[in-house]
Design a protein around this ligand. Structure first.
Ligand code: LMR
Length: 319
């Protein structure tokens, strides 16, 4: 691609392997948006004439449901859906949706870096999808159209969740109902009262302006929002070995650089919500413990599928 800077969806040259990278978030002030843009910038500068990455953010090409099917059809080459979006392909990522499983992103990183964590990236090969890297976003918070201080406050409300049985069970454990919904539809659904609340990271709450249409956000840090950079195995196998290796090396370096910066982006987004007039409620230890007590029992329901050994490994890291 001539030029440089951010990928221009129309700027690839003839003869270059065009890689459409589709995702659903905003591009700036967002861990995934920044990482995808940096990946494209580096490939397009360093692999000029060989490969050209076009980034399509903000669900402009596909939402996450459609993305994986389109990838298997060869209509899009790369993406980075959240780990909650793979449930129809594999259950191994359910561990990341279990509430209060990881105390922070460092613990998530350590778990993913272990042999078992790395093996999870290959869990969908037989379904035609290759996991390439984990990208971090941040811990999740709950917001609603009324103050949420104790879990009882959530009773009877309807929360948008990502399409994950674990997340549905987690919300039901609060005595609330769960409504799976595509990311791009959430702002409108909160605004019109189709749902009362939602859970997401600071970067997503800021990027999608959910704080504008919610009473406030409660700093529960109850779960994890993390991504898997994914490509179709057929497409990857069909690349020239040296092209594939150079692209994967760049992806590896971008991953290391951006994952190391993730807490800064997370905290900037939190601060940006406050600066924009959004309300953030903090919990004291006793209040937070009440959320743990209400939601942690869902572990039992999923322990067999997730594997008790994985749960034990994750818990050992928290200590
Ligand atoms: C969501 O649907 O809430 C998230 O997975 C969006 C994203 O990609 O961060």
């Amino acid at each position: 691609m001539a030029g440089g800077a951010l990928a221009d969806p129309a700027g690839c040259d003839a003869g270059e392997e065009v890689v459409k990278f589709s995702h659903v978030t905003n591009s700036d002030k967002h861990p995934k948006g920044i990482a995808a843009a940096l990946f494209a910038e580096r490939v397009n500068a360093e692999m000029e004439g060989k490969m050209c990455v076009e980034v399509y953010p903000n669900s402009t090409l596909y939402d996450d449901d459609a993305l994986l099917e389109a990838m298997l059809q060869g209509d899009v080459q790369m993406g980075a859906p959240s780990l909650s979006k793979f449930e129809t392909f594999t259950k191994v990522f359910q561990i990341f949706d279990l509430p209060f499983m990881f105390k922070n992103i460092e613990a998530v990183d350590e778990f993913q870096s272990s042999e078992d964590g790395q093996a999870m990236k290959s869990s969908m090969e037989r379904r035609g999808l290759s996991g390439l890297q984990f990208w971090h976003n941040g811990m999740k918070q709950f917001s609603a159209n009324k103050p949420l201080l104790s879990p009882e406050d959530a009773k009877g409300l309807k929360f948008r969740v990502q399409p994950s049985d674990v997340l549905i069970a987690q919300v039901e454990a609060l005595g609330a109902t769960a409504q799976p919904m595509a990311f791009a539809e959430v702002y409108g659904a909160l605004q019109t009262g189709v749902v009362d609340g939602q859970e997401n990271s600071w970067a997503n709450i800021y990027g999608q302006k959910f704080y504008e249409v919610q009473d406030g956000t409660t700093e529960t840090n109850h779960g994890v929002l993390d991504y898997l950079v994914v490509a179709s195995t057929d497409w990857l196998d069909g690349l020239d070995g040296d092209v594939r290796d150079q692209m994967l090396t760049i992806l590896d370096e971008v991953t290391t650089e951006r994952n190391a910066a993730v807490n800064d982006v997370d905290q900037e987004a939190r601060q940006a919500i406050l600066d924009a007039g959004g309300e953030i409620r903090e919990l004291d230890d006793a209040q937070r413990q009440a959320w743990v007590d209400a939601m942690k029992p869902v572990w039992e329901k999923f322990a067999d599928g997730v594997g008790q050994e994985n749960i034990d490994a994750a818990q050992a890291i928290n200590e």
